[in-house]
Design a protein around this ligand. Structure first.
Ligand code: WTA
Length: 633
């Protein structure tokens, strides 16, 4: 067994070398830090052509035994989850490892009593309550595959995801609270399920006073089902193969339909546990607060699985950073004496705009490590975070990774790797990044930029996209031969440090959320009167990128009713997060003679940089560019 934890930069360098020269030996040593029902026959087999990647083949485990059972003896009475409600006047709730274990076992029994079996797909659509983590872990306990859908997605998005995975059970809540708003959930599920025939049970947690209709024979209350157990909490963990599916999480790509990214039990567990312990330098007793929602990969890997496998205490927050005021995060840090805070640039920028006087009012001296994820962090936000939150004493881990990578890939190890504002710094052990040009030729040396690829598998890599392996191959492994392509552009500076510059495909990053341009265009095009549309990103002070829509709607004449109808359509088809910030009506779009929209030109116009639009001579109708330029918002 090799020690999981890196403590010095020399140790990082040694671990890195080891991971590249003897990857199997390296990861076997790390995997020995976890409990297995049976050890593996083979550490790794792989090719990126098909792709076919298997880690710890032949091993048997259950991830919940690593996240719960194994801590009971030594950490049983330690808080696993500290839940902070949306309303600061409501009492927070703490679940010790013993309590969390019990609740997970009980809810796992509820799932079983309602027909859930190993391999079933279960959709979870819940607010940020401990019960969301409990539902996730209960699925894992019985070997059911969870598919969490973020609470802000629309009925249509839920229906698409439920149908794609053919889920038989949905777990939800009547409603929830986010900031000043009530968040109805069950009514959204009801609407979604009119399109889904695979679902036969809906389990509803009672959280709010939202009035709900319960469909007889299908809908049941979580709390009633727990009562029926008469205190039984015995639920042995299902034995899983290392390569059995653990979960599906949908994410946007450059084509229309979200992809169901699949992660498996063994490698994902090892990778999230290892990266959590190292990047944040978690020490027993530390309180760790990750502000993400469990509906995104950050919440899966760094609220639930990674921290719990390491016996950490995790703060789980129901609300938003600005409610009841822009001091809420700092209030939580002070109240729970948070040592490690993991958040997103968009939150930092939004809190920054309220002024540094706000954090100055709170005692933030408990903070030892800060983390950032989801999008490039601009230098101004980095320094603000460093100066006003960490008081220049808490190293910032700018962590680059993706839904598809399962865990953090390029990031400083807090306090060990020297940081540089705006840089994710160096690859973690096991991660072999390379930069390539358009033709897939490796760009070597330092002081260069290119498209970021990874050339060797790590345990957390996605295994497939649910139900469509060819799509996985096309999206990630076909662009460049024998490489995993991230979709990101990247710069490697003279010190060999990596800085992610943003997506190079048709995916936007709005407030740290991935939005596929094609998905939004499809939703806009459903609006009555709209003939065609093209969306691009533009720099936005708070969101990082805003959404700029160019829309052809001949009868619209730029009136508000068409704009409103477009916004309503996007909200209905995807959810409010994908609503365009700007809508410009145009009579045509710049297209090549072969009919391809030249987004490069639209991007420049949206950015307000029309001085050099490049070569427009290949356009079908160059005149349209002037019209669009003159009407730019
Ligand atoms: C972007 C979130 C710069 C990137 C964990 C990536 C980042 C996409 C960073 C994945 C970072 C994430 N610096 N860009 N530290 N972290 N990104 O799947 O474009 O929601 O491809 O995973 O977010 O987003 P996803």
């Amino acid at each position: 067994m090799s020690s999981l934890k890196i403590g010095t930069f020399e140790e990082y360098q040694q671990a890195y070398e080891h991971s590249v020269n003897q990857p199997e030996d390296f990861w076997a040593g790390i995997a020995d830090n976890f409990i297995w029902k049976k050890k593996w026959d083979n550490v790794l087999s792989w090719n990126f052509k098909d792709p076919d990647v298997k880690w710890f083949e032949g091993a048997k485990l259950n991830i919940t035994e690593n996240c719960l059972d194994r801590h009971l003896e030594t950490l049983g009475d330690k808080p696993a989850i500290i839940w902070e409600p949306n309303d600061p006047n409501e009492k927070s709730r703490t679940l010790t490892y013993k309590e969390l274990h019990r609740e997970v076992c009980q809810f796992a029994l509820v799932l079983k009593n309602n027909g859930a079996k190993k391999g079933d797909r279960i959709c979870i659509y819940m607010p940020m309550l401990p019960e969301l983590a409990i539902a996730v872990l209960a699925c894992a306990r019985i070997g059911a595959i969870h598919s969490v859908v973020f609470g802000g997605f629309s009925a249509q998005s839920i229906a698409d995801r439920v149908n794609d995975a053919q889920c038989n059970i949905v777990i939800t809540a009547d409603g929830g609270f986010r900031g000043p708003k009530d968040l109805p959930l069950k009514p959204v599920i009801d609407e979604a399920l009119t399109q889904c025939s695979s679902v036969d049970k809906v389990i509803v947690f009672k959280r709010s006073s939202t009035s709900v209709n319960m469909t007889k024979g299908r809908d049941i209350w979580w709390q009633d089902e727990i009562e029926k157990l008469n205190n039984n909490a015995e639920c042995p963990a299902e034995e899983m193969d290392a390569e059995d599916m653990l979960f599906i999480l949908y994410t946007s790509g450059s084509t229309g339909k979200p992809k169901g990214v699949v992660h498996t039990c063994g490698g994902y567990m090892v990778y999230t546990g290892y990266t959590f312990a190292n990047v944040f330098q978690y020490n027993q007793g530390d309180v760790y607060f990750c502000t993400a929602d469990i509906g995104w990969i950050t919440g899966h890997s760094y609220i639930v699985y990674g921290p719990l496998s390491q016996g950490a205490t995790v703060v789980l927050f129901e609300g938003v950073p600005t409610y009841p005021n822009a001091g809420r995060f700092w209030d939580i840090v002070q109240k729970h004496k948070v040592n490690i805070l993991y958040t997103a640039p968009t939150a930092i920028r939004s809190l920054m705009s309220s002024g540094k006087e706000i954090p100055a009012k709170y005692d933030l001296s408990s903070l030892k490590v800060l983390g950032s994820v989801g999008e490039p962090i601009n230098e101004e936000a980095w320094h603000w975070f460093d100066d006003n939150i960490g008081h220049n004493k808490a190293p910032i881990a700018d962590t680059w990774w993706q839904t598809e990578t399962g865990g953090i890939m390029i990031a400083p190890i807090a306090g060990v790797t020297k940081t540089k504002p705006g840089f994710a710094t160096l690859p973690l052990p096991g991660v072999q990044p390379i930069l390539v040009d358009e033709n897939g030729k490796e760009i070597t040396g330092n002081g260069v930029s290119g498209n970021l690829c990874i050339k060797f598998p790590w345990p957390g890599i996605l295994r497939t996209t649910y139900g469509d392996h060819e799509r996985c191959r096309q999206a990630y492994f076909a662009t460049y031969k024998d490489l995993y392509f991230t979709g990101d552009g990247c710069l490697r500076d003279d010190d060999g440090y990596y800085r992610i510059t943003g997506r190079v495909d048709d995916v936007l990053n709005v407030s740290g959320h991935r939005i596929g341009t094609a998905e939004v265009e499809n939703a806009i095009n459903l609006t009555q009167g709209v003939v065609e549309s093209a969306i691009v990103g533009y720099p936005h002070d708070i969101k990082g990128q805003g959404i700029y829509a160019f829309v052809i709607a001949p009868d619209a004449k730029g009136d508000d009713s068409t704009c409103n109808a477009i916004l309503a359509s996007v909200t209905k088809v995807i959810g409010p997060i994908a609503k365009p910030d700007k809508i410009q009506f145009v009579s045509g779009l710049p297209k090549t003679r072969s009919g391809k929209i030249m987004r490069r030109i639209l991007r420049k116009i949206a950015e307000g940089d029309t001085s050099n639009l490049g070569d427009t001579s290949t356009l079908l109708d160059p005149a349209v560019v002037d019209e669009i330029k003159n009407g730019a918002l």
